[in-house]
Design a protein around this ligand. Structure first.
Ligand SMILES: Cc1cc2nc3c(=O)[nH]c(=O)nc-3n(C[C@H](O)[C@H](O)[C@H](O)COP(=O)(O)O)c2cc1C
Length: 323
C-alpha cells in the first residue's frame, strides 16, 4: 500500500495506543513483522507549548520506518503548528486522532468529538495538509453513536481536505471498545473514497485479519489490543495471509524471553523506575491465559525489579511444565 509518496510493504500496522504502544512496544512489533506503526497520540497544545513529555512521545527508534506521529486537538492553527513539529521527527506521515473516546480528550473537542463536527474536522485536516510536506492521515470511528453513523460523510470530506489515507475503527464513540465491530461501515468507507482505507477493530488472530481484508476490501489493516503481550501476532497474521498456514503461538519459554526483552527496552527508554511500573500491565498481558498466571497477578502488580520479573518468568515456565 502507498500513502502519499511512501510505500508500506506488508500486511498490518500496529495501532496507536496511548500509554501502551510506546517505542519499546512498537520496536518489538516491528521485529515480529508490523509493517507500519503509529505513535501514541500527542497533544497539539502540549507540542506548541514545548511540553517535554509531548516531545518525548514522538521519539522514534531507528527501526521505526515507516511510522506516523499521531496528534490530537481541535484548533486548526494549533494542529497545523503541531503537525510541523511532528513532521520534524523524521516520521513518514502525521496522523490526526478523530476517534479517541476518552472524556479528557473528547470533552475538550478533540478525538472522537470531531465526528460530531465534520466541517471542523475537515478544516483541521486542511490546515495540517497545508502546513507540512508529509502525507496527513486521519483515524476516525464509525460515528458518534448509533444514531449518528457518519464515517462515510466524514471520510469524503477528509479526502477532499487532503487526507492521504483514512483508518476506520468500526465502532461509535458510545461503543468505546465493546464488541461487535462494524465491518460494513469500513466497507462503505472503502467504496466511497479513493485514498487508502485501513480497517481496524477486533483483529486478534490470523483469521480475523483475513476476515477484515475480505469483508471490507480495505487496503491495509491495523491491530491494537490483539498485539498486547503478543507482538508475534504480526508474524502469525503475515504468514497466514501469505501462505494460508496458521503458525502456533510461540512456546512459553520464548514468550517469557520476549516479555523480558520488552521490559528491558522499556527500562532502557524510560528508566528503571517508570519502566518497571509500566512493566506491570505489559507483563500481565504476556502471562494472560497461561497456566499458573492467576497466582502471579499480585506479584506482577508489585513488580519493581528485573530480577523479580525473571523470577516470575521462571515460575510461569515451571508451572507450564509441571501442570
Ligand atoms: C489502551 C488504548 C489506548 C489507545 N490509544 C489510542 C490513541 O492514542 N490514538 C488512537 O487513535 N487510538 C487509540 N486507541 C484505539 C486503538 O488505536 C484502536 O482503534 C482500538 O483499540 C480498536 O482496535 P483493536 O480492536 O485492534 O484494539 C487506544 C486503544 C487502547 C486499548
Amino acid at each position: 500500500m502507498k500513502i502519499g509518496n511512501f510505500e508500506i510493504k506488508g500486511y498490518a500496522a500496529l495501532a496507536p495506543m496511548a500509554g501502551v504502544a510506546d517505542r519499546a512496544c512498537r520496536e518489538l512489533c516491528i521485529e515480529f513483522g508490523a509493517a507500519y506503526v503509529v505513535t501514541e497520540m500527542v497533544s497539539s497544545k502540549g507540542l506548541t507549548m514545548h511540553d517535554r513529555k509531548s516531545d518525548s512521545l514522538m521519539m522514534l527508534g531507528e527501526t521505526e520506518k515507516p511510522a506516523a506521529v499521531q496528534i490530537f486537538g481541535c484548533d486548526p492553527q494549533t494542529m497545523a503548528e503541531a503537525a510541523k513539529k511532528a513532521a520534524a521527527t523524521g516520521c513518514q506521515a502525521v496522523d490526526i486522532n478523530m476517534g479517541c473516546p476518552a472524556p479528557k480528550i473528547a470533552g475538550n473537542g478533540g478525538g472522537s468529538a470531531l465526528m460530531k463536527d465534520p466541517d471542523l474536522a475537515a478544516r483541521i485536516t486542511e490546515a495540517c495538509v497545508k502546513a507540512i510536506d508529509l502525507p496527513v492521515t486521519v483515524k476516525i470511528r464509525s460515528g458518534w453513536d448509533e444514531n449518528n453513523i457518519n464515517a462515510v460523510h466524514m471520510a469524503k470530506l477528509l479526502e477532499s481536505a487532503g487526507a492521504a489515507a483514512i483508518t476506520v475503527h468500526g465502532r461509535t464513540r458510545k461503543q468505546m471498545y465493546a464488541p461487535p465491530v462494524n465491518l460494513d461501515i469500513i466497507k462503505q468507507v472503502k467504496d466511497a473514497v479513493s485514498v487508502p482505507v485501513i480497517g481496524n477493530g477486533d483483529i486478534v488472530d490470523p483469521e480475523s485479519a483475513k476476515n477484515m481484508y475480505e469483508t471490507t476490501g480495505c487496503d491495509f489493516i491495523m491491530i491494537g489490543r490483539g498485539a498486547l503481550g503478543a507482538p508475534w501476532l504480526f508474524d502469525r497474521v503475515n504468514t497466514y495471509l501469505e501462505s494460508g498456514i496458521i503458525i502456533p503461538e510461540p512456546p512459553i519459554e520464548e514468550r517469557m524471553e520476549i516479555m523480558i526483552r520488552h521490559i528491558s527496552k522499556l527500562c532502557e527508554y524510560k528508566g528503571d523506575y517508570i519502566g518497571m511500573r509500566e512493566a506491570r500491565k505489559h507483563s500481565g498481558w504476556y502471562i494472560k491465559g497461561v497456566r499458573g498466571a492467576a497466582a502471579l497477578r499480585q506479584e506482577i502488580g508489585a513488580l519493581e525489579t528485573m530480577d523479580q520479573l525473571h523470577a516470575i518468568a521462571e515460575k510461569v515456565i515451571k508451572a507450564s511444565v509441571t501442570n
